[in-house]
Ligand binder design. Sequence first.
Ligand code: GLY
Length: 259
Amino acid sequence: EIRRKFLDFFVQKGHKEVHSSSLVPANDPTLLFTNAGMNQFKDVFLGLEKRDYSRATTSQKCVRAGGKHNDLENVGFTNRHHTFFEMLGNFSFGDYFKKDAIAYAWELITSPEWFGIDKSKLYVTIFKGAEVSPGQLLGSDREALVQWVNVGVPQSRIHQMGMQDNFWQMGDTGPCGPCSEIHYDMGAAASDQGHTDCTFGCDCGRYVEIWNLVFMQFDRDSSGKLNPLPKPSIDTGMGLERVTAVLQGVISKYETDLV
Ligand code: GLY
């Protein structure tokens, strides 16, 4: 039902529902297993392939057991990591950008008609600016900040972070860009370290990233340099199992009815 609701929301916003691609990526020697919803659209972002739609939505089966996004070491030790999971996503190929991506995300997760998640449990992160490749600086993401404020997120709940948290790339090369994440406060019971009063930013397991909105703007080449994409685009990834834990009121993916 949760998967279906996500896809229906984006179909209703003009997105084409596309099937999950194979876990073994087609024609991509840079990747052993599919690690994100955007993989099957890589060439569309790069402008090398055209589709008859400019907006898509998927529930993509992913494996993260090696490579750039390796979760293997965390599995079994946290409530939120699996080597295999489903990533819910919406994509814009040179169609809408930050303003609509943020408005859609906030509507879907907070509107009582859709997921209806309590706003007082949500935090948002944005890119604070950094050297994104040797000699290339990218400033803080003011545009994302303004859009989050416009949809009603208080500034005190918007945190700025660096490359590690708020710049996403699928691998050493390929499409990439600054990102903005939505996190949910699972409460003190979710802290692996028994924290009772830690604040957002603590990595004890209490604050869980549920959705990453990537503002795809660059293609990183093999020298590490960032070259602009033909058009700014959107790639998002929401963890189906994580959002299911939130909606079912449990602190662990292992306690959801999926498992
Ligand atoms: N492509 C977005 C993500 O994996 O978080």
